[in-house]
Design a protein around this ligand. Structure first.
Ligand code: PLP
Length: 430
C-alpha cells in the first residue's frame, strides 16, 4: 500500500482521519456525502507562505488568486482578507469576484475567444483586460478606450501536468506571439491607452522550475522590445499561475526556495538590465492556494467482486470530481476509520455514473473497505467543485468550511428541484 505521510490539516487520531481538527466521519454524518470540506487555515497558510517567499525578494508583489480553481464565495472572502487580488477567465468569474467584495481595481480578466457583449460588460465593470488577440483589442476599442491594457504573451515555452493544461507553445490557442504582441501594443498606444501591463501563463501543475525560467526569459525579452520600440512602460508584469502541488506520495513538491531564487531573481535582474522601471510583479496561482486545503468525502455504497476485479462503488463520480477521468490524475484516497489498518486489497474506486470511465482510482491498494465506510479523497480543492456538473442528473455536492475553528455550511447540497432550474416545457403552438 502506498503510504502517505499525513501533514496538516490531516491528522491520524487513533486510526481515524481528522481534517483541520474535525473527525471526517462526524462531518460526513452531519452534512452527508459527497461533501467537500475546506480548511480556512490551510488557505491562509498557503497564501502567506507564497507571498512571504516572493516578497522577501521583490517587494512590489501582487498575488491574483485564479478563481477558476475554486470560486466558492467564502474561499474568495478569506483570500480577500489576506490582501489577494483576483484573476478571472470569464465574465461570470468577474461577477462572482465583484459579488464576493473584490473591487474592480483588484480584478484582472484573462479571456480567450471573448464576445463583444462580454467586452462591454468588462468595460462597464471597470476591470483590467488581458488582450488575447488583435481582433479582441480592435473590438474593445470600438466600445471604449480603457485606461489600462495588458496583453497575454505566448512565450512559446509551455508546461503542465497534462497536454490539456499546457497553455503556451506553438500548438496552443492562448496569447500572442512576439510580432503580434508588438502590433497590439502599437494599436493600443495609438488609441491613447495610458497604462500598460504584460502577461503570460504557460500552464498548470508545474513541479519543476526550469520551463518557467525559460519562459520568463523569453517573455521579458519580448517586454524589452515593447518597451524599447514603442516606449511603453509597464505598471505590472504578470507571470501567471501554474505552480504545481504533489498529488502522489512520490511526487516532490515544487521547491519554493528554488522558485524564488531562480524565477524571481531572474525577473528582478532582467527588469533592471532592460530598464523596465518599477513594475508590480504579479502571479496568478490557483491550485497552489486551494488544492490541499480541501478534501472530498464520499461514502461506499457497494463492494462488488467480479471474476476479474474488485470494485468499491462510492457516491461521487466524475460529476463530482472529474480530474481522474479527464486527465488520468492521481488523488490519494484514505479510508477514514482505517488509517492504522495493516492489511490491504487492490480495488478500483468507481462512481455512480453510467459511464465505464467513471473511475476515481484504478488498482488502488486500500484497507478492507466495507459498505458505509467514508473515503477521503485528498487534494480535491483545486478544479474539484469548480469542474463538477449535474451529469446523469445528479445534484452537485455540498461544501463545508472549517472557519474560525468550526464547520460552517458554505454551499448547500443541490436538490432534485435544482435539476429543473431554467428549464421550461414548450407550450403547444409555440
Ligand atoms: C490565465 C490563468 N491564470 C492562472 C491560472 C491558474 O493556474 P494554476 O491553478 O495552475 O495556478 C490559470 C489556469 O489554468 C489560467 O488560465
Amino acid at each position: 500500500m502506498v503510504k502517505r505521510k499525513l501533514c496538516e490539516p490531516l491528522e491520524n487520531c487513533k486510526g481515524n482521519l481528522y481534517f483541520d481538527g474535525f473527525s471526517v466521519e462526524d462531518l460526513a454524518q452531519k452534512y452527508d456525502t459527497p461533501l467537500y470540506v475546506i480548511s480556512e487555515k490551510q488557505i491562509r497558510e498557503n497564501y502567506n507562505r507564497l507571498y512571504n517567499a516572493i516578497v522577501s525578494k521583490y517587494k512590489d508583489l501582487r498575488i491574483y488568486y485564479a478563481c477558476k480553481a475554486n470560486a466558492n464565495l467564502d474561499v474568495l472572502k478569506v483570500l480577500q482578507s489576506e490582501g489577494a487580488y483576483f484573476d478571472a477567465v470569464s465574465p461570470g468569474e468577474v461577477f462572482v469576484g465583484l459579488s464576493s467584495g473584490f473591487t474592480p481595481d483588484h480584478i484582472l480578466f484573462t479571456g480567450v475567444s471573448v464576445r463583444n457583449d462580454e467586452l462591454k460588460f468588462l468595460v462597464d465593470a471597470g476591470v483590467t483586460v488581458n488582450i488575447d488577440s488583435q481582433s479582441e483589442l480592435d473590438r474593445l476599442l470600438k466600445i471604449a478606450v480603457p485606461s489600462t491594457i495588458s496583453v497575454r504573451v505566448n512565450p512559446e515555452v509551455g508546461d503542465g501536468h497534462h497536454d490539456h493544461c499546457i497553455t503556451a507553445g506553438p500548438q496552443v490557442k492562448f496569447g500572442l506571439c512576439e510580432e503580434a504582441v508588438l502590433k497590439v501594443y502599437a494599436t493600443a498606444k495609438k488609441a491613447r491607452v495610458e497604462h500598460f501591463g504584460i502577461h503570460m501563463h504557460i500552464g498548470s501543475g508545474i513541479l519543476k522550475v526550469d520551463s518557467y525560467v525559460q519562459a520568463v526569459e523569453k517573455f521579458l525579452g519580448i517586454a524589452k522590445r515593447v518597451h524599447d520600440e514603442l516606449g511603453i512602460i509597464f505598471d505590472f508584469i504578470d507571470l501567471g499561475g501554474g505552480l504545481g502541488v504533489p498529488y502522489h506520495p512520490n511526487d516532490e513538491a515544487m521547491d519554493l526556495l528554488e522558485f524564488t531564487s531562480k524565477v524571481v531573481s531572474l525577473f528582478k535582474s532582467k527588469v533592471k538590465e532592460y530598464s523596465l522601471g518599477k513594475p508590480f510583479l504579479c502571479i496568478e496561482p490557483g491550485r497552489y492556494i486551494i488544492c490541499d486545503a480541501s478534501i472530498l468525502l464520499t461514502t461506499v455504497n457497494t463492494v462488488k467482486v467480479t471474476p476479474y476485479r474488485k470494485f468499491v462503488g462510492v457516491d461521487s463520480g466524475f460529476n463530482t470530481l472529474i480530474r481522474p477521468a479527464m486527465y488520468g490524475s492521481y488523488h490519494h484516497i484514505l479510508v477514514a476509520n482505517k488509517l492504522n489498518s495493516k492489511d490491504s486489497t487492490m480495488f478500483d474506486v468507481v462512481g455512480p455514473l453510467c459511464e465505464s470511465g467513471d473511475v476515481l482510482a484504478k488498482d488502488r491498494e486500500l484497507p478492507q473497505v466495507v459498505e458505509g465506510d467514508v473515503l477521503a479523497i485528498l487534494n480535491a480543492g483545486a478544479y474539484g467543485f469548480s469542474m463538477s456538473s449535474q451529469y446523469n442528473s445528479r445534484p452537485r455536492a455540498a461544501e463545508v468550511m472549517i472557519r474560525q475553528g468550526k464547520p460552517v455550511l458554505v454551499r448547500e447540497r443541490e436538490q432534485f428541484q435544482d435539476l429543473l432550474t431554467r428549464q421550461r416545457v414548450a407550450q403547444q403552438g409555440e
